[in-house]
Write a protein that binds this ligand. Structure first.
Ligand code: ADP
Ligand code: ASP
Ligand code: MG
Length: 458
């Protein structure tokens, strides 16, 4: 069995879905579990619907719901143009789903209030629509396709918008659910991103969570491999939207890929690798617009050579500086600091300490007002905004003599506010001004990948 996950751009429209269905067709002998995202930009649209409904803006809600329905209906008409009976059925299905959403959103509008649980329900509709439509398209192609409601097997905590997977439940449910859907079928399809709590309430795995769904399912059914089909030729030396001359990476370790994703590379959801590691399942990142391409294999570390693989970045971070003379020689100071972060559920990325100072970075999307207030009771706290974090990722980069010095020397006039070398020896990260991010990433990329300048320490 294999898992094949198709992201938003791989199911964006008629052409993309037709290509993706052909890719599935080429793998039927391996019993694929197809995991799909919402059509490209549909989850954003559903977020906008939620916002307009909360604001009670009925006109905007109606326009957006109309846009959602029209896009899916016209897709069905294109995909199933040659099969009228299926086309009628699929249109009725889309209408039924959209009618349900319309009345739910209508009720939210009337209330003018939206809980996270209701929001999770609204934003789940993207994957629900796409998976139903693609199931029809696969059947129309002659691929007998079993349909799985992911919420029956993907169980999470009740953090509705970023549910933490209950791995034990998923491992218990998935094999049986998949086996049942496979009865008399050539392939099965299910949704990424969406899940439910133990009480059966809707939840989702957080933005970009379909990759994570795919690897959780792959782990639960002991898949031979997990394929992440997207719009780039595999994992690259940097985000191609930021750097022009990126190269595709043939092979990379689980740790490197996890670190890249954690430090900002959008190509994979940050937690995708975790379930794959548990069962040592190879993950391939492939381009649905170039299915013959080799893509990137993400494998166990032993089979991966040392060296720099990629540069990741987080564009918008906060740099927190904590000063206290009380820190000197007082054990327990760090404990107190981290308890505050933990109690307020603020997660920290980088840490560096000196005698009377701790510097930390964190995602700017987190609200840290309370953290700052509580820290200020016993230390001086400064918050720098408009900062970005750049990470150089590679197995055992610590052994590459001079790498750090050379990477830094390529930064020219840009200020560096903090440097941190991960204990795992897989990354070196530093903080720069947001305004100089693009220059820094491009310069470091040029230094590391567009010229062989550093010496290997081995
Ligand atoms: P999908 O909808 O298929 O999940 P995403 O947009 O979430 O696709 O992820 C693919 C995008 O990730 C690419 O289009 C690319 O712009 C971006 N990306 C960021 N960093 C990298 C990287 N190092 N290698 C490849 N793609 C990257
Ligand atoms: N559709 C969801 C999102 O846009 C999940 C995903 O595509 O991975 O965040
Ligand atoms: Mg994605």
């Amino acid at each position: 069995m294999i898992v094949m996950k198709f992201g938003g751009t791989s199911v964006a429209n008629y052409e993309a879905i037709t290509r993706s269905v052909s890719i599935v067709e080429s793998r039927l002998a391996e019993k694929p579990i197809v995991v799909v995202s919402a059509l490209s930009k549909v989850t954003d649209l559903l977020y906008r619907i939620s916002d307009s409904a909360t604001a009670g803006d009925r006109q905007s809600v109606e326009e957006l719901l109309g846009e959602l329905r029209r896009r899916h209906i016209s897709l069905v008409n294109e995909l199933l143009a040659d099969n009228e009976p299926l086309c009628v059925q699929a249109c009725a299905k889309v209408d039924e789903i959209c009618d349900g959403l319309d009345s739910f959103v209508g009720a939210v509008c009337a209330l003018g209030e939206l809980t996270d649980r209701s929001k999770a329900k609204i934003i789940s509709h993207g994957e629900w629509l796409s998976s139903n439509i693609i199931c029809y398209a696969m059947n129309a192609r002659g691929i007998r396709t079993g349909f799985i409601d992911a919420r029956m097997m993907m169980k999470t905590t009740d953090d509705y918008l970023k549910g933490e997977p209950l791995v034990g439940e998923i491992v218990k449910n998935a094999p049986e659910t998949v086996a049942k859907a496979y009865e008399g079928a050539d392939a099965v399809i299910t949704q990424g991103f969406i899940a439910s709590t133990m009480k059966g309430e809707p939840s989702v795995l957080g933005r970009g969570g379909s990759d994570y769904s795919a690897s959780l399912i792959g782990m639960a059914v002991d898949a031979e491999r997990i394929e992440i089909w997207t719009d780039v030729d595999g994992v690259r030396t940097a985000d191609p939207r930021m750097v022009k001359n990126t190269r595709s990476i043939d092979r990379i370790s689980f740790e490197e890929a996890a670190e890249m994703a954690h430090f900002g590379a959008k190509v994979l959801h940050p937690l995708t690798i975790e379930p794959a590691v548990m069962k040592n399942i190879p993950v391939y990142v492939l381009n649905s617009m170039n299915p013959e391409g080799a893509g990137t294999a993400i494998l166990q570390s032993d089979s991966i050579e040392d060296g720099v693989k990629s540069i990741s970045f987080k564009e918008n971070i906060l740099l927190l500086n904590i000063f206290s003379t009380r820190m000197i020689n007082v054990s327990g100071f760090l404990k107190r600091v981290f308890e505050i972060f933990s109690e307020n559920k603020v997660s920290v990325d980088l840490i560096s300490t000196s005698e009377a100072n701790i510097s930390l970075t964190m995602d700017a999307s987190q609200n840290i007002d309370k953290v700052v207030r509580e820290l200020s009771e016993f230390a001086e706290v400064g918050v720098d905004t408009d900062k970005s974090q750049v990470s150089i990722i590679g197995k055992n980069i610590v052994n590459l003599r001079g790498l750090l010095r050379q990477a830094m020397s390529s930064l020219g006039g840009s200020n560096v506010y903090m440097i941190s070398q991960g204990a795992s020896f897989v990354n070196i990260s530093f903080v720069v001004d947001r305004a100089s991010l693009s220059d820094v990433v491009n310069e470091v990329h040029k230094y590391l990948f567009e010229a062989e300048r550093y010496e290997s320490g081995n």
